[in-house]
Structures are given as C-alpha cells and as structure tokens.
Write a protein that binds this ligand. Structure first.
Ligand code: ZN
Length: 306
C-alpha cells in the first residue's frame, strides 16, 4: 500500500503537469472505484482549472477555483483522490510516448485497469493525459466544497501532519500524555499523527532508540512537557519521512511512482523486513526481531531500542 512518502512523491511527479492546467475532458471507464463516483463527476470537472495540487495525509487534493462571479456557479471545490492499495497515476504527453519502456511493452493488462483519464491542457506541455490505474480498486475520487474541507468525514479528526515542523515534541506530548498504548500503536493512530505508516514508524523508532512496546505516555513529563526522548522521536519521524520522499518513496509490491520507476528507500531500511539480521547501529550487537502489534509486524532491535 502506498504510504505517505509515496503519495507525496506522486504529488510531486504530477504537480508540474496538473497545476495551472485546464481539465478538457474526463473519461470514466467504470461507474465506481471503491465508491461510486459523485453524480455528474466528469461534467462537473470539465472546463475547470487546477489551481494547486496539495496533499493532506494520504489524499491528493486538486484545488479547483469556482466561477469568477459567485452568483452564477458553485464555489471553490477540491478533487480529493486516494490511491488505495494499488492505485497509480501515469502521465502521457506527446513527447513522453517516445520514452523507451513506456510504450515498448504490451499494455493491455495495464489499460484494462485504466479507470479514469483526465485529458488536460497544461501550460508548457500542451495536451497531457493523467491516467489513474488501479487493479484492486481500493482507490477513490470525490469532489468536495473547499470550505469546511477539514470538517468533512474524510478529514475530520485527522492528526498532525508528519511532514514539516508542525510535528514537534510539544505536539506529540499533547497527544501522548497519559497514554498507556504502546508507541507503535500510538504512532499508527491516524487521529494522533496522520498518514504515518508501518514501515516509517518502525524505522523512526529504531533511529530514536525507542522500543515499539514502550507506553507512549512515558515520553511525556508530569507537567505535560515533552521529554528529550520525545523531542528526538519527533525529529527522527520528520527526518525518516523526508529521507523517504527524497529517495522517491519506497516501493513495495505493486506500488509504482508517478513516472513508473520504482522507489529506492526500501534499500535503506534499518529494521523493516530484516528479521534475524544484525542491527545496523554501530557497536550494537543485537539482532532485529519481529513481533506482532495490533495485527501489524513491528521490526526492532531489543538491544538498543528501550
Ligand atoms: Zn541495535
């Protein structure tokens, strides 16, 4: 499943083609993905301009300004898109069709799963097709009013965004205070931190030298202030995510980046999926263990993560 860094990588790949583009035509090759498309979905998108392509948690958000005169049309809307388990986007430009590997292979199987095609008029590029392909169809798209977006059921109650400086020791202390839940479960709880997936929690906890079994509340002082260890953890989460985005997102199973290439972060895992291997921390003689917490595998080094 694409995790947050992968979704951010997809956003960055799509951004130069989608921002400032006008949606000329939308082709829907089926009536639904995980959910039915909204009523008149294609018609409501056609002719609209994409002002910005943003992200919140694992949602891609295309901002579509409303008509210039509010009296005559609906207001600003947001096209929210979720990749689900196996969703990916492909960018097709007249020049791009000549890239080796893109059209060199039989593509009937891929085309079978091309469910949505946005035909765009893009500044600098001209005609560009953005194709959404999703073999398992857990992805979805919807169109929402821009006002009160944060109050919508998809976004209401989402926790701190783990990219950027909003995630710091103080922010984690507020949500971890008096929590008996293990760190692993607390960090995977979308209501506390949004979009932080299993791989990145395992890696950040290893970097911070903290056991996934430790109670989250033990990292908060009695006065509610973050301990030094919690400040460190916040920094390691931000850096783990930033490293993964820089590496182009990890790629596991059927996930691919927007340009079709595989990400590289998986080669840099310290503990994830490395059960039984030596801990890579210098001078640590531990071995990576796997335990199951809340139905998910946790990989950690019991020697240096306490
Ligand atoms: Zn170790």
């Amino acid at each position: 499943m694409p995790e947050l860094p992968e979704v951010e990588t997809v956003r960055r790949g799509l951004q130069p083609f989608m921002e400032g583009a006008t949606i000329r035509h939308v082709a829907l090759n089926r009536p639904n993905l995980r959910f039915p498309f909204p009523e008149n979905f294609a018609a409501r998108l056609e002719g609209r301009r994409i002002e910005a392509l943003a992200r919140r948690a694992k949602y891609l958000l295309a901002h579509l300004p409303g008509a210039a005169t509010p009296a005559e049309a609906e207001g600003d809307e947001v096209l929210a898109m979720h990749l689900g388990m196996s969703g990916s986007f492909r960018i097709e430009t007249p020049a791009g069709s000549l890239v080796p590997g893109v059209f060199a292979h039989p593509r009937s199987d891929r085309q079978k799963h091309d469910h949505v095609v946005f035909h765009l008029d893009a500044p600098r590029w001209g005609a560009v097709d953005i194709v959404f392909n999703d073999p398992r169809r857990f992805g979805f798209m919807t169109l929402l009013p821009a006002v009160d977006l944060e109050a919508h059921p998809h976004f209401r109650g989402l926790g701190i965004e783990p990219t950027g400086n909003r995630l710091d020791g103080a922010a984690l202390a507020r949500v971890f205070r008096a929590k008996a839940a293990p760190l692993k479960a607390a960090l995977l709880d979308q209501r506390l931190v949004a979009g932080l997936g299993n791989i990145y929690v395992c890696e950040a906890l290893w970097r911070a030298g903290l056991s996934p079994r430790r109670a989250a509340g033990t990292l908060v002082g009695t006065d509610g202030a973050p301990t030094e260890a919690l400040e460190d953890l916040a920094r390691h989460i931000r850096e783990t995510i930033a490293d993964a985005i820089e590496a182009g997102g990890s790629s596991l199973r059927d996930y691919r980046q927007a340009d079709g290439t595989l990400g590289l972060f998986q080669h840099r895992f310290a503990v994830y999926d490395r059960e039984g291997e030596p801990c890579p921390r210098p001078a640590c003689h531990g071995r990576v263990e796997r335990i199951v917490q809340s139905g998910r595998s946790s990989f950690f080094c019991p020697a240096c993560q306490t």
